[in-house]
Design a protein around this ligand. Structure first.
Ligand SMILES: [Fe+2]
Ligand SMILES: [Fe+2]
Length: 201
């Protein structure tokens, strides 16, 4: 998995956030940790082994066979990569199918009833909200305005992936707070835009 990532030395590289030293120690490890913790508490019957493989591979498609800047569809490439690797490791098709279903469930529009898939979906979304993930991404956007637009959409879509009521209750106030600071930014930006216009006129 580490080997998939580009060895990026230049700061101009537009996919800098795919560098192994930022991406893995944070998001991947956060997700794996949450799969273990949430699994023990809320999904006692789930096949944790399959969930951990899904957690490990679920964002591989952000790098594997990626050709555009748009991250959309990376879950399908993650499934492809996971299938390839798990076959090499000798896992049977029903286990591989389970891992694939969990990976697909990290996509916002994909709904699965499989307990393993729900566990991975919740762990992924929760890991984003309780880690530096959103803020670290600010480093990799062209300007602060486009980061804030991205952040606004991402905070909402990430929150909507959480289905466990306990987690919803915990992160709900965080999301509300984010909305508040985004609103604050927009109001004050309007002020600055207005002032800039006066200066230009
Ligand atoms: Fe993802
Ligand atoms: Fe993820």
């Amino acid at each position: 998995m580490y080997g998939l990532h580009p060895d990026v030395m230049t700061e101009e590289f537009k996919f800098r956030y795919l560098k192994v030293d930022w991406f893995f120690p944070n998001h991947m490890h956060n997700v794996l940790e949450q799969i273990k913790l949430l699994g023990k508490k809320y999904f006692k019957e789930a096949d944790i082994h399959a969930c951990l493989f899904a957690g490990l591979f679920h964002d591989a498609g952000l790098v594997y066979e990626r050709t555009t800047a748009d991250a959309k569809g990376h879950e399908n490439r993650s499934v492809e990569y996971a299938e390839k690797e798990l076959k090499l490791l000798g896992y049977d098709q029903s286990f591989i199918d389970k891992v694939s279903e969990c990976i697909k469930a990290t996509e916002p529009d994909y709904n699965s009833e499989l307990p393993e898939a729900l566990l991975v979906r919740n762990a992924d979304a929760y890991a984003h909200i309780i880690s530096m993930h959103f803020f670290a991404k600010a480093n990799f956007t062209n300007d602060i305005h486009s980061f804030i637009k991205w952040f606004e959409d991402k905070a909402q879509s990430t929150y909507s992936k959480i289905t466990l009521p306990d987690l919803q209750a915990e992160v709900g106030p965080i999301i509300d707070f984010y909305k508040k600071i985004i609103e604050n930014y927009k109001n004050n930006k309007r002020e600055t835009d207005f002032l800039n216009k006066i200066v230009q006129d």
